[in-house]
Design a protein around this ligand. Sequence first.
Ligand code: IDP
Length: 135
Amino acid sequence: MTDRTLVLVKPDGVARGLVGEVVSRLEAKGLRLVAAELRTLTREVAEEHYGEHREKPFFGSLVEFITGGPLLALVVEGPRAVEAFRALAGATDPVKAAPGTIRGDFALEVQSNIVHGSDSAESAAREIGLFFPGL
Ligand code: IDP
């Protein structure tokens, strides 16, 4: 059974030159690239993508951050792709993320945590539709 998930190398990860590192890790794990595009998000797409956080105190700052420069949007596939990439990414708070994970190895701040990965099959379908309509 092959699943798909949406992965973002967020603007901090692109600015720090970590695109190759992230792609290398997910390919090494066995996940396959289905789509890839470097783009700067509009506020509308960013607010839709993070819609579940609309009421959170960090929402405005999160939208500024995610629209603040180019990000790399990826669709990847493989067995249990959602769970597999979340394991590679590590915990949301990089200080709590285990060493050996992307966030655990490369980040210190909760907002600038390098990568996004869909958190469920339902989120993946919604997010892939938002970023790559028609895929
Ligand atoms: P996830 O990215 O690990 O799924 P979520 O809780 O869905 O984590 O949060 C989405 C994103 O919002 C995080 O990756 C991070 O960039 C940002 N974020 C989460 N919590 C905070 C916070 O307390 N302050 C600032 N930014 C946050």
